[in-house]
Design a binder for this molecule. Structure first.
Ligand code: DON
Length: 558
């Protein structure tokens, strides 16, 4: 140890070893989309677990009590910060295309997209990653046995949870598809209909599958009786999964994408999510402006133009990095952002059609995010998905596992419009074993001497712009309650339109943006369900917030 002896060494100690004794948070915090999931995580922290054990508990509890959004039948990205060595890691537990998948599997004999084929039923499902991620989190980062961290979720699956207003709305939305899967209908509906408020959803089959994972780790899901039931159920209903698909599934640890904005360090999701790259590109563009000195209209105009340009690149370049070469270093370079900013006119919108062509496919309308900070300074930001509400609305009998429809995140027909009238790029075409491009953007922001933020949200293609607006709000000095509450607006290159939440733009701003040449459309409903934490280093205070649009819970506890 060089820092042990003498006055000079004492001086050295003060200045060079201080980071080793870095500050730790005064409290634990968890923000998730369901109170029972937040409580499950808190229970595990109280039992001596760290943030990673709590992430296992929250992931598994959400799989039970928020089945519309994520689950064992889906996947996601777990962004981790381990305080002891300051390491940032992204666990990529994204679904993979089955080995029998083909580029044109959702097209008919005339090359036309077959409606709903990539959305409803077992053919829409990629090979899930969540169970593998749970085991990996426990083995590589947790402190407690997997069985301990899974116990609260197993209890919730057996005891049941009451259907709330949001669950019932989603069940109505996916009613027809759920009715077509008898095993799904038996669990998630009440006599074949959307449940009555307070109806208790019990999931003994899911409890057994969770118990198999508790006993045998990932092998309890990807091998043995559960794997056989999954494959049998999928194939009998027209799907293409094989035992080999399940046996081959592995999570991948990837280096997060990082960038800087006004002295803040941004740490976010790497491909196969587009989130980190698009976020850093947008911030690199915006770094060329003094947003605070602008009128609110010019500021929003410039932010929208940054969104437009980053989403164009997303559509052209991004896909599974194990299959396509992505020019990441170029896309996240500050000079590239500066170059893009040169094409922005302050007096006029740039029509998307005048930028070099490419288009994005829209994503679904469910998914979930949670954020965790523990007292050691470990962090987790996790965005998890089965894609649409209730995923593919299909449960292989006996498993209790609701399958994803993440295959719809691929460009089902590259180069021509998909089921939404939009087209995607070749880089995101279907291939066996490939991961579909995602927008999920679990993110950390570190501001030296000021604080650390953990945030993310569901919301399909709008996820990235929501996280951007959250970061800009943080840069403006606001806290998590403001980031999760503030009105949202969005541009994704194509369609060439600004969409916004009711009330997010003032009437005179709308008029002024139209005068600049923008098209605008108000969305009928608010969107997103952001879960955020801020550790204020100056005040040594932790705060957390759950999006008022959802029914989640943020808890800070010493
Ligand atoms: O990975 C993605 O980008 C999508 N499957 C996420 C879908 C989503 O967030 C829907 N949310 N409301």
């Amino acid at each position: 140890m060089p820092c042990r002896r003498g006055a000079i060494l004492g001086f050295f100690l003060l200045f060079f070893c201080a980071p080793l004794n870095a500050q730790t948070p005064p409290a634990n915090a968890i923000a998730s989309a369901h109170p029972l999931a937040t409580q499950a995580g808190m229970e595990i922290l109280a039992a001596g677990g760290n943030a990673f054990d709590a992430a296992i508990a929250v992931t598994a509890a959400l799989a039970v009590v928020e089945p519309t959004g994520s689950g064992l039948g889906g996947g996601g990205f777990w962004l981790l910060h381990r305080s002891k060595d300051k390491r940032d890691i992204m666990i990529d537990g994204r679904e993979r295309a089955p080995l029998a998948a083909t580029r044109d599997m959702y097209l008919d004999g005339h090359g036309e997209v077959v409606p709903r084929l990539s959305v409803d039923g077992p053919l829409a499902a990629g090979i899930p990653g969540t169970a593998a991620a749970l085991e990996h989190l426990a083995r590589a980062y947790g402190r407690l046995p997997l069985a301990t961290s899974l116990a609260p979720a197993i209890h919730l699956a057996k005891a049941g949870f009451p259907a709330d207003e949001r669950y019932i709305r989603m069940a109505r939305f996916r009613l027809e598809a759920l009715r077509r899967s008898p095993a799904a209908a038996a669990i998630f509906l009440q006599n074949g209909n959307a449940p009555q408020p307070g109806h208790v959803i019990r999931q003994p089959g899911l409890a057994r599958t969770l118990e198999a994972i508790a006993e045998r780790g990932a092998a309890g899901f990807y091998q043995g009786p559960v794997a056989k039931q999954l494959v049998k159920g999928v194939r009998e209903a027209g799907g293409i999964w094989t035992l080999e698909d399940l046996a081959q599934y592995r999570v991948v640890e990837r280096a997060p994408v990082t960038g800087r904005y006004h002295g803040m360090k941004i740490i976010s999701a790497a491909p196969p999510s587009s989130g980190g790259i698009a976020l850093v590109t947008m911030l690199n563009i915006l770094a060329n402006y003094d947003l605070d000195a602008m009128t609110s209209v010019t500021r929003k105009h410039v932010i929208v133009e940054a969104m437009r340009r980053a989403y164009r690149d997303r559509a052209e370049y991004l896909g599974d990095p194990d299959f396509v070469d992505i020019p990441i270093d170029r896309l996240i370079h500050p000079y590239y952002g500066a170059g893009l900013s040169q094409s922005i006119r302050l007096d006029r919108a740039t029509p998307s059609g005048s930028l070099p062509g490419f288009v994005l496919q829209e994503a679904g309308s469910d998914t979930t995010h949670f954020s965790i900070l523990d007292r050691e300074g470990n962090r987790v930001a996790a965005t998890l998905s089965i894609n649409f509400p209730f995923g593919a609305a299909f449960v292989p009998p006996g498993t209790g596992v609701l399958l994803n429809d993440e295959m719809d995140d691929f460009s089902v027909k590259p180069g021509t419009p998909n089921v939404y009238g939009l087209v995607g790029a070749v880089s995101n075409a279907i291939a066996p074993g490939k991961r579909p491009l995602s927008s999920m953007s679990p993110t950390f922001v570190e501001i030296p001497g000021r604080g650390v933020a953990i945030l993310g949200t569901p919301g399909g293609s709008r996820i990235i712009t929501m996280v951007l607006l959250g970061i800009l709000d943080l840069a403006a000095g606001h806290g998590p309650q403001s980031w999760v509450t503030k009105g949202r607006y969005h541009h994704q290159y194509l369609p060439d339109i600004i969409t916004y939440e009711p009330g997010a733009l003032e009437p005179d701003e709308i008029t002024a943006l139209k005068t600049l040449g923008h098209d605008l459309k108000a969305r009928k409903r608010p969107y997103g369900n952001m879960q955020a934490i801020f550790w204020d280093l100056k005040l040594n205070h932790v705060s957390a917030a759950s999006d008022p649009r959802g029914t989640g819970q943020a808890t800070v506890s010493p």
